[in-house]
Design a protein around this ligand. Structure first.
Ligand code: GLN
Length: 607
């Protein structure tokens, strides 16, 4: 916190402690009324797709030329999602600034097509840490520090800080969990206070609810939704808009009931039934008129840029058209990892392949393989019929030898391969063992005393070990070697920015021997000997590529990541060796790099 801010906070603390019950730390530069707020609350149960809904609503408002800034507020006490088990909580999403977040931030980045940062994510752990630090510095001037007003005050300050930093027209607040949960109650109270302080037309409350359709009854039932909405009102918040999740379109009768019991006009009670793809949700909300209702509620009609909206809708529509076109091609990609029984653990890989499926007009069937079950005897059986193989990122030795078997199968049988982070490291180990003849090659993560530690913690990283900061995290530039497959895939750009989350890397003293045997390091860190990408020459393998980064994290619907696209295109070639498809392999000049976003943008290929 800089000094000005501290002075400002202290001043307002001083006021509040002595004279008044109002307690609000207003960040410097905050202009009341400039930024509006939309809060999305879940009721009845979790798992309704709150993130997809919120990000779709944010997208259709962004399309209108409004600046939107989402924030996900998580009730748990962890400071970030870095230590959460993907098996319990889904994948850890890494932002460009290195923040490790909930996977919903990935949904926002993909839907809004923009990079987010730590200001877009907060947890109870962060809120309480700031409170307790302030308390230890004596900044509460003798007052007892309480949930209200101090903790709720910190939540409001966080939201207003985001408004200042993002200069947003609308801050989109998604509260994790459902209303009535013990752990998010104070977020909801903070939002009630925010709505009171900001006044009329400043805060729109959207409640997501669930309409049941019990099979035995064959009709839609609204009681659970009514009870959930009542809890929102008991918390002191009157919903303005209600979105009803349901497997099928919600009947007028049920909408009327919801409207009547929740004091929300019928035109603001929306059916948000299941659709074939999450990418259809924005248009569904727009057609139902939810964007208009939000603009009216927040008095924002005059900030709309119609031309921007028309342009954004046309671009999105061409993506949707491709998505819905029947696809004749079919390929199977194996994902050989550890958490394969839970798709959410590899959400962004799943999404990156989905983006490629649309752009190559090919159905991609995923075969999830648990590598703890794979060994030298059964690997052929597991991978038979696959046209491409991905070994994803991971931590821990479990299933590692199975991954190495998969890499070997891919390399020896010319099956297109993409290794991501740990999948990159396992491929280097495999290559060292079976091509360079270093039989005991390994990573020191799994075998600290192996004879040939081809993957190790770099000396610079070792120095900071123990201080908690020894993971290379966040967006980093990768310098691409000229005349390589990977550089061509990235449109011949000399550098590309990708996201990282790892501790180990190729031990530099093994680089010469690996290169002598044909491994081409096509990408490395700008100022350190950190190898970030490899490939094999096309004369020995159609597509054998690895990266220390997680390119799936920056793949976007309108611009799939080129390494994933390369894998899928090579897999299609393997599945249909005789055929040439007119819609494949777009001209590299179609690929542009938007430097402001730091990601690769390949425009839609015209049909
Ligand atoms: N465990 C490996 C490392 O720490 C790989 C990490 C990953 O795949 N994200 O370097």
């Amino acid at each position: 916190m800089n000094e000005d801010v501290q002075q400002d906070l202290l001043a307002s603390l001083g006021n509040t402690t002595q004279e008044t019950e109002f307690f609000t730390l207003i960040p410097p530069g905050y202009v009341k009324g400039r930024t509006k707020y939309v809060v999305v609350l879940g009721t009845v149960m979790s798992g309704l797709g709150k993130g997809i809904f919120s990000s779709s609503l944010a997208k259709i408002l962004k399309d209108k030329g409004l600046r939107v800034a989402p924030i996900k507020m998580e009730g748990y006490l962890n400071i970030d999602s870095g230590t959460l088990n993907p098996y319990r909580h889904g994948e850890v999403f890494v932002l460009d600034d290195g923040m490790e977040t909930d996977m919903d931030l990935g949904t926002y980045e993909r839907m809004l097509d923009e990079n987010l940062s730590r200001g877009n994510f907060t947890t109870s752990g962060q809120i309480f840490t700031r409170i307790l630090e302030r308390e230890r510095h004596g900044q509460y001037l003798g007052r007892d520090v309480q949930m209200i007003p101090h903790v709720t005050g910190e939540v409001k300050r966080t939201l207003r800080q985001l408004a200042v930093d993002s200069k947003a027209d609308i801050v989109f607040i998604e509260v994790g969990g459902t209303v009535g949960d013990y752990e998010n109650g104070y977020f909801i109270e903070a939002i009630r206070e925010l709505a009171y302080e900001e006044g009329e037309e400043a805060v729109g409350v959207v409640a997501l609810t669930y309409i049941m359709e019990p099979q035995s009854l064959g009709e839609q039932k609204s009681k659970a939704a009514q009870l959930g909405l009542r809890q929102v009102m008991q918390a002191g918040l009157q919903p303005h808009i209600i979105a009803c999740r349901c497997p099928s379109p919600v009947s007028d009768k049920v909408r009327e009931k919801i409207s009547m019991f929740s004091n929300v006009p019928l035109r603001r009670v929306f059916s948000m039934h299941d659709v074939a793809s999450i990418y259809l949700v924005p248009e569904m909300l727009r057609e139902a008129g939810m964007d208009r209702e939000v603009l009216t509620l927040l008095n924002l009609h005059d900030r709309v840029n119609q031309r921007s909206e028309d342009r954004a809708r046309r671009t999105w529509q061409s993506f949707i058209d491709k998505l819905q076109q029947p696809k004749e091609k079919n390929i199977t990609i194996a994902i050989a990892g550890k958490y394969t029984s839970l798709r959410d653990a590899y959400a962004s890989i799943d999404k990156a392949l989905e983006h490629c499926s649309v752009h190559t007009r090919c159905n991609i069937h995923l075969r999830w393989l648990d590598t703890t079950e794979i060994d030298v005897h059964n690997v052929v059986e597991h991978l038979r019929g696959c046209h491409g193989i991905i070994v994803p990122g991971g931590f821990g030795v479990r299933g590692a030898e199975g991954k190495i078997q998969c890499v070997r199968y891919a390399r020896e049988n010319h099956v297109p391969y993409l290794g991501i982070c740990l999948g990159f490291q396992m491929a280097v180990v495999e290559f060292a063992r079976h091509v360079c003849g270093l039989a005991d090659a390994n990573t020191t993560e799994f075998a600290p005393n192996c004879k040939d530690p081809v993957i190790d913690v770099l000396p610079e990283q070792k120095k900071i070990e123990g201080l908690g900061g020894n993971m290379r995290l966040g967006g980093k530039d990768v310098v691409l070697k000229p005349d390589t497959l990977i550089r061509r895939l990235y449109g011949d750009h000399p550098t590309v920015r990708l996201r990282f989350r790892h501790r180990y890397e190729v031990e530099p003293r093994y680089i010469p021997v690996l290169e002598q045997h044909g491994l081409i390091f096509s990408g490395h860190a700008p100022n350190q000997p950190i190898m970030q990408m490899f490939e094999l020459s096309s004369s020995v393998h159609p597509y054998f590529v690895g990266t220390q980064a997680h390119p799936c994290l920056t793949s976007r619907p309108l611009s799939p990541d080129p390494l994933f696209l390369g894998l899928v295109e090579a897999a299609i070639q393997r599945a249909y060796p005789q055929q040439v498809f007119s819609d494949m392999t777009p001209d590299p000049s179609d690929i542009t790099r938007d430097k402001t976003k730091g990601s690769i943008h390949r425009p839609l290929v015209a049909n």
